[in-house]
Design a protein around this ligand. Structure first.
Ligand SMILES: N[C@@H](CCC(=O)N[C@@H](CS)C(=O)NCC(=O)O)C(=O)O
Length: 203
């Protein structure tokens, strides 16, 4: 199996963390590539051109981080990335949705500031900056909840990879006003599976 990723994609990083967490790094070859290449041979199997993309041995494959994480989870039982039942169910689901919202919005922001300066939209940048900082402030108030403090799960991975966008977005200065979130982020960042997910050449 091959997992196609870019060094800058937060979604790619999330899939790589899950790969390490499930002990699959010997079975999956990471392929560092680029998106938006007109002659990309991968487009014939992955017509959307989005990464991460998991190419299976039979020539088929799958895009979408959520699906790829579920596939890894099924490959290496016991399942650890499922949605809990009972009282934890709805807190888990709503934190997951809000963390994904931060990741999706942050990715729009990161993409926008990468465009040539004459093509960037100040309106989009300002909208996403406000959303991201508002959401960081929100997570500062709920980071003590059980969902964020047990074994690695999807809400945690989404939140970690969203906050990590600070490496690509100089104005995403969430740390100053969020001491609890910072402590959490640094604790997760020291986990071996998260350290192992950094692209080659990163600190
Ligand atoms: N919902 C997708 C989003 C993936 C995504 O947007 N990937 C970006 C890289 S961060 C991409 O492939 N962009 C290339 C393009 O838009 O053509 C997921 O969770 O995997």
């Amino acid at each position: 199996m091959k997992l196609y990723v870019t060094p800058t994609s937060p979604y790619g990083r999330l899939a790589i963390i899950a790969m390490h967490d499930k002990g699959l790094s010997e079975r999956i070859k990471l392929v560092w590539t680029q998106t938006r290449q007109l002659d990309d041979p991968l487009l014939s199997v992955n017509p959307s051109g989005r990464l991460p993309f998991l190419l299976l041995g039979d020539g088929t494959g799958m895009e979408d981080t959520d699906l790829i994480v579920d596939y890894f989870d099924a490959l290496a039982p016991p399942r650890t990335y499922g949605i809990p039942n009972g009282e934890e169910h709805w807190p888990f689901r709503r934190f997951e949705a809000t963390a994904r919202s931060l990741l999706d919005g942050g990715s729009v922001w990161a993409r926008e500031i990468k465009r040539p300066s004459g093509e960037q939209s100040p309106g989009i940048i300002d909208h996403e900056r406000r959303r991201a900082l508002r959401l960081a402030g929100y997570f500062e108030t709920v980071i003590g909840e059980g969902v964020f403090n047990g074994d690695l799960n999807k809400p945690q991975l989404l939140l970690y990879c969203a906050l990590d966008l600070e490496r690509r977005i100089p104005d995403f200065g969430w740390r100053a006003g969020c001491p609890n979130l910072l402590k959490w982020f640094e604790r997760l960042g020291n986990l071996p599976v998260i350290r192992a997910s950094l692209p080659p050449g990163s600190a």
